[in-house]
Design a binder for this molecule. Structure first.
Ligand code: UPG
Length: 482
């Protein structure tokens, strides 16, 4: 019998190139995963891809550096930024993201008009905040898909959100019992994603609207794999009322292209002993309050552990203050305790705003990751077998933290002082030491190593994620060869 790969190669020779349009919603945490998915389609399956990018303002330095390093089969166009001037200053990130997309629909339509005549469009792929564009692309006979750069547990929550909205009376935060979804760990109300926490805020309305449209997709890709979340994935796949669910993970950065920012830290890592360095970073948007920032600095110092810390200017009101622009106007290093950099020279490295995270995590000297538990960061750690310390801040990070610390057990927890809302330096130092020196640390390290190997198998030749992707690719290819 002909093997699927052989059949695919034969089809490639015979049929015109299939083209996929991807629309990442604003934020690096949405652009990066779609870019990585696009690279798989282009490099492994010889598709071409266009990114159409809605935004609330001019392209950021970080966006440009990612997009300018892509293979030539991936092009991009920035949609003109719509006006968001009517939004009050305290508008939540989810509202800004959804409205940037919604108000960009007229320009998306113009793009589609020109693309449908020139390319063999086989699919339109969005992240969780782009489903509002589905009706528009259906008009052009292009099937819409979601690529969810999150866990299968998050997908389950999203697919149940309309039902929860109807069944939960009052505020989610008042729930005394955790939320139980089929085959998922119980979710305590305080671990729900941010928009759930204030039902009266517009961000809840926009979030609910985007999530309730998942059911209209032709298929849903999720960046997870059966060995990582066996029960949630089985439950999702067996529910007939959902669109087909395609677990294709772990999809993470596969090369070192992109920003050169902070790249000199790799030379420093070269000189450190194997597995000795803790990497500390809160993703593309995470910020701490001034007090918390100080406490973290002192905790790292007290731990005696080697570290690389991506430092942001503190923000006392929001934990995602740099979500739309990772580079703050102020020099983040000026907010560190006096003499911190000098005292820790040789043992700790501080990098302002941005670091080559994928390369740091794949470096043999890195032995732990204190992370905000963004799903991309989580998987980048997983593919390198690096265990985590969970410090969730916003979005669905608290839910990820529950999965990582309590269910999968690849991360250690940090206890917050409930009265002050601060994670104190003594706690930080204790948990950091524990990750590198204790039996508990050794256990999470071993579990992460098991998952590293399982993830490698899933995306390797013949692995579950590769086969899943290949099935969809063949379906898309058949569309152009007909
Ligand atoms: O200094 C940095 C900081 C980040 N990154 C990269 O940026 C991405 C960050 O992604 P992620 O870890 O998912 O964090 P966020 O940017 O915070 O992502 C948002 O989007 C994710 C996917 O939807 C969610 O899981 C998060 O909670 C949400 O905050 C990763 O690829 C990192 O390697 C760098 O390369 N250097």
């Amino acid at each position: 019998m002909e093997e699927p790969k052989q059949r695919e190669e034969q089809q490639e020779v015979e049929s015109p190139t299939p083209h996929v349009v991807m629309m990442p919603s604003p934020g690096m945490g949405h652009l990066i995963p779609l870019v990585e998915f696009a690279k798989r389609l282009v490099l492994l399956h010889r598709f071409t891809v266009t990114f159409v990018i809605p935004s609330g303002g001019p392209p950021s330095k970080a966006q440009i550096s990612v997009l300018s390093s892509l293979p030539s089969a991936i092009d991009h166009v920035f949609l003109p930024p719509p006006s968001l001037n009517d939004l009050p200053p305290q508008t939540k990130a989810e509202t800004i993201i959804v409205l940037s997309v919604t108000r960009s629909l007229p320009s998306l339509r113009d793009q589609f008009k020109s693309m449908v005549t020139q390319r063999n469009l086989v699919a339109f792929v969005v992240d969780q905040f782009g489903t509002i564009a589905f009706d528009l692309v259906r008009e052009f006979n292009v099937p819409p898909y979601v690529y969810l750069p999150c866990s299968a547990t998050t997908l389950s929550l999203i697919l149940h959100m309309s039902d929860l909205d109807k069944s939960v009376v009052g505020d989610y935060t008042d729930l005394t019992e955790p939320i139980r979804l089929p085959a998922c760990s119980p979710i305590p109300a305080k671990a729900l994603p941010d928009p759930f926490l204030d039902r009266k805020d517009d961000s809840y309305k926009y979030f609910l609207e985007s999530m309730s449209r998942f059911g209209l997709a032709e298929g849903i890709f999720v960046n997870s794999f059966p060995e990582l979340e066996p029960n949630p994935i089985n439950a999702l796949k067996s529910e007939e009322s959902y669109p087909p669910i395609h677990p294709v993970g772990p999809i993470v950065k596969i090369d070192s292209s992109g920003s050169e920012e902070g790249i000199e830290c790799l030379n420093w890592l070269d000189e450190q002993p194997h597995g000795s360095v803790l990497f500390v970073s809160f993703g593309s948007g995470g910020t701490l309050s001034s007090i918390q920032n100080n406490e973290l600095a002192m905790g790292l110092e007290m731990s005696g552990q080697k570290f690389i810390w991506v430092v942001r200017s503190p923000h006392d009101k929001e934990a995602n203050a740099s979500f739309f622009s990772v580079h703050s106007e102020n020099d983040p290093l000026q907010f560190l305790p006096e003499g911190f950099v000098e005292r820790n020279r040789g043992r700790g490295l501080v990098l302002p705003s941005w670091a080559p995270q994928a390369q740091i995590l794949s470096h043999g000297s890195t032995g732990g990751f204190l992370s905000h538990c963004g799903w991309n960061s989580t998987l980048e750690s997983l593919v390198n077998g690096v265990p985590l310390i969970a410090w969730p801040l916003y979005a669905e990070q608290k839910l990820n933290s529950v999965i990582l610390t309590e269910e999968i057990k690849v991360a250690l927890k940090l206890k917050m002082n409930e009265e002050s809302g601060i994670i104190e330096k003594e706690e930080i130092a204790k948990v950091v030491k524990s990750l590198f020196e204790s039996e508990e640390g050794q256990k999470v390290r071993e579990k992460m190593e098991e998952l590293r190997a399982a993830g490698e198998r899933a995306v390797g030749e013949g692995g579950s994620s590769s086969r899943t992707l290949l099935e969809v690719v063949q379906k898309w290819r058949n569309k152009v060869s007909r």
